[in-house]
Design a protein around this ligand. Structure first.
Ligand code: ZN
Length: 253
């Protein structure tokens, strides 16, 4: 199985959202990542990043949220263009897993018409609630006609241990990570926003945009155990780590 790490956009935000004791004026750049997993039984995409229209018209799609998370993506920083490096088009994707339903993680779901979408049952419930758009769940992103399969616990996608979905609630109620086991490169935990930055894990710091701090800290505790057992943790939005990863056409196998 091959894993491609693909750019799903780039954002500028206040650093203090993630590191609460940072200077209020300081901003940081955040990579947005998607992961293409070429499993022998199907092509899986873990998260779909920001919609390409956010490069020029973020406010039209995101509303006031576009002022707190400012897209600074270059053209081509979206999963549709990025799939081309692996020679794929959206119809080649069989399964889309959404770690959660925030706009920078499911913004391109609409393009994957032949895929089944997998998410946590509680995430679907939260996104479907009245006023959910006020806490970052935009129907234009997550609400699509494709079939949705929900999970409510750990789920081994192909029953071979290669892609195992793991609920890690805290950032959102249905936040889900993926354990990916590769033959040569070893195992990776795609943590998404259960750990946005390395500093969150190291300092046990919950970002301001955390749904439930107690659950988030518990999830991070589990992730530290996973890391100690030899798994590489891939953070949701850590630019320093992003620069050290193989991305685009390069892959892990
Ligand atoms: Zn995010």
């Amino acid at each position: 199985m091959k894993m491609h790490v693909l750019s799903g956009g780039r954002l500028r935000m206040r650093k203090s959202v993630y590191i609460p004791d940072a200077d209020r004026q300081e901003t940081i750049e955040l990579p947005v990542s998607c992961y293409l997993l070429r499993h022998p039984q199907g092509n899986v995409l873990f998260d779909t990043g920001c919609h390409p229209s956010t490069i020029d018209h973020a406010e039209e799609r995101w509303g006031p949220m576009a002022r707190a998370m400012v897209p600074i993506s270059r053209p081509g920083d979206n999963v549709i263009d990025q799939l081309k490096v692996a020679g794929l088009v959206p119809d080649d994707i069989d399964v889309v897993v959404n770690s959660h339903f925030h706009s920078d993680h499911c913004g391109c779901n609409e393009f994957f018409r032949k895929a089944t979408v997998i998410c946590h049952a509680k995430e679907l419930e939260a996104a479907s609630a009245a006023d959910a758009d006020k806490i970052g769940y935009l129907p234009v992103d997550w609400k699509q006609p494709m079939p949705v399969e929900t999970i409510d616990g750990q789920r081994d996608l192909f029953n071979d241990g290669r892609i195992v979905l793991l609920p890690v609630p805290g950032h959102t109620v249905g936040m889900t990570a993926a354990m990916v086991a590769l033959d040569k490169s070893g195992s990776f935990l795609l943590a998404s926003d259960s750990v946005a930055l390395r500093a969150n894990l190291e300092r046990d710091l919950n970002p301001r945009n955390t749904w439930n701090a107690e659950q988030s800290s518990k999830s991070m505790e589990e992730i530290r155990r996973i890391e100690a057992a030899g798994t590489t943790i891939v953070y949701g939005h850590d630019d320093e780590q992003w620069k050290s990863l193989k991305t685009g056409a390069e892959f892990y196998d």
